[in-house]
Design a protein around this ligand. Structure first.
Ligand code: GDP
Ligand code: ADP
Length: 205
């Protein structure tokens, strides 16, 4: 029996919607059977963030070398910094039959839609723009100017929502996590059944 390639799961949504919080909650549970791909960024570490855990923190020069060498599955510039997904880690993990979870913004997700349309695309949406602003301000990690830019970007990001396979509103953290896990389980069921059908067709049944 050939080994199934893992599923690539893409979670996007505007800054401040709660992607990081939801992702940490998903990964805190025993039995989570997907792997988190740690991104590269040129953003400075926030207090408490650890290199190699939260991000791989890079200089612009280092990041540009990575782009040139083709080391990234996707990358984007977001409010003045580069962010990107390491290609080798994603490929190796998927090839080993394990699912990979990416938490990335919408431009990067659009690149993956081109390169890997079989991926599962989930958009995490805020209950409202004002609630998004409250969360960004409440987090207290950005200056007023950066928050303003992130909110402006959020308006454009929200317009991309309809391109996603699923939209989950992050009203309550646990509620959003339950929905995301249900979507992943359902997608596996769909793929397994389609694969079974394909194999039985090949056997001429
Ligand atoms: N395209 C892309 N976006 C990423 C990647 N890693 C993180 N991001 C996104 O970049 C945006 C800014 O990230 P960050 O500065 O950590 O802010 P936060 O997500 O609001 O805490 C967020 O929307 C992240 O999801 C990546 O590898 N590629
Ligand atoms: N469902 C939720 N309800 C209320 N606040 C939330 C919820 N999810 C996240 N938050 C808060 O919103 C802020 C932004 O969340 P974060 O995970 O950093 O967002 P993102 O990674 O999308 O930028 C944080 O202070 C977090 O505690």
């Amino acid at each position: 029996m050939r080994k199934e390639r893992g599923l690539l799961i893409v979670l996007s949504g505007p800054s401040g919607v709660g992607k990081g919080t939801v992702r940490k909650e998903l990964f805190s549970k025993a039995g989570t059977n997907y792997e988190y791909s740690i991104s590269m960024t040129t953003r400075s570490p926030r207090e408490g963030e650890v290199d190699g855990v939260d991000y791989f923190f890079k200089t612009r020069e280092e990041f540009e070398v990575l782009i040139e060498e083709g080391g990234l599955l996707e990358h984007a510039e977001f409010v003045g910094n580069y962010y990107g997904t390491p290609l080798a880690y994603v490929n190796e993990t998927l090839d080993a039959g394990r699912d990979v979870f990416l938490e990335i913004e919408v431009q990067g997700a659009a690149q993956i839609r081109e390169k890997a349309p079989e991926a599962l695309f989930i958009f995490l949406a805020p209950p409202s723009l004002s609630e998004l602003q409250n969360r960004l301000v409440g987090r207290g990690t950005e200056t007023e100017d950066i928050i303003k830019k992130r909110i402006e970007t959020a308006r454009e990001e929200l317009e991309m929502m309809s391109l996603y396979d699923y939209v989950v509103e992050n009203d309550e953290i646990q509620n959003a996590c339950d929905k995301i896990n249900a979507i992943i389980v359902a997608e596996h069921c769909r793929r397994e059944r389609v694969e079974k059908q394909y194999l039985s067709m090949l056997r001429g049944e």
